[in-house]
Design a protein around this ligand. Structure first.
Ligand code: BTN
Length: 250
């Protein structure tokens, strides 16, 4: 398959029709890949344009933050989207989270966002965002945006206590219904380096952490995020800005 292609089909709908409907430059739909981010990276190295979308029915080596494995059986939305040149490394995952929340809201699921990349429904993890930047010297050549959403089933017993699938809340939910809402929002994503006042307000209304006490990576109460995407924590020593790490709540 060469770059420039629109390949695959979903539930009988050819990818070419979906690509036109969503306004994406390229759509590569596969039954199985190691990770949609691996395929996207390969396509990007071969010159794939801004707006290339990769979707897989399942991933055999899906990955999450900090190199964790991401369980990706059939029934979920596992996608990679290419933003070129794709700066905004500090805020893109938050911005993408807002797009996911908006998309899911439009089909009836009111999700929260747990900084920096978790999509939460009823205090359980519904999905996550993973952005990987490819650097050339000091500048970002492209950014691969990965989104994983549990739509129908496929959660192991181990995951069920802290994760859930969209269909548990919306029994009629389908991958296509989610993608129809989500992909056009990805196409319209801003590449601005900072979050706008409007994005900050939107995040505040979805913010899962604000008001909660955290114990890692520092102790204090979360009071929000700033326009650079940092998490603000009121600690005994004053306000601390966190730019990464795993948050542990009380
Ligand atoms: C996280 O919460 O740790 C982020 C999870 C991101 C998972 C998605 S699934 C599609 C894309 N391909 C991957 O291998 N990972 C991301």
């Amino acid at each position: 398959m060469g770059v420039g292609g629109v390949t695959g089909s979903v539930d009988g709908t050819p990818a070419a029709i979906l690509a036109a409907r969503w306004g994406v430059a390229e759509l590569h739909w596969r039954e199985s890949v190691s990770s949609t981010l691996d395929l996207l990276d390969e396509l990007a190295r071969r010159g794939a344009p801004d707006g290339t979308l990769v979707i897989a029915d399942r991933q055999t080596r899906g990955r999450g933050r900090h190199g964790r494995a991401w369980h990706s059986p059939a029934g979920g939305v596992w996608l990679g989207y290419l933003a070129r040149p794709g700066g905004a490394t500090g805020v893109m995952a938050l911005r993408v989270g807002l797009a996911v929340a908006d998309a899911l809201g439009s089909i009836g699921a009111q999700v929260s966002l747990k900084w920096p990349n978790d999509i939460m429904l009823y205090d359980k993890k519904l999905g996550g965002v993973l952005c990987e930047a490819s650097w050339r010297g000091q500048s970002v050549e492209w950014m691969a945006i990965g989104i994983g959403l549990n739509v129908r089933g496929g959660l192991s017993e181990d995951l069920a206590s802290r994760a859930m699938a969209l269909a548990e809340s919306l029994p009629d939910a389908s991958r296509l219904a989610v993608l129809d809402q989500l992909v056009p929002r990805l196409v319209a994503l801003s590449h601005a380096e900072s979050l706008s006042a409007q994005e900050l307000t939107a995040f505040r209304t979805r913010d899962w952490l604000t008001g909660r006490r955290i114990t890692e990576p520092c102790v204090g109460e979360v009071i929000g995020i700033d326009s650079d995407g940092a998490l603000l924590v009121r600690a005994a020593t004053g306000t601390t800005r966190l730019v990464g790490g795993t948050i542990v709540t009380d």
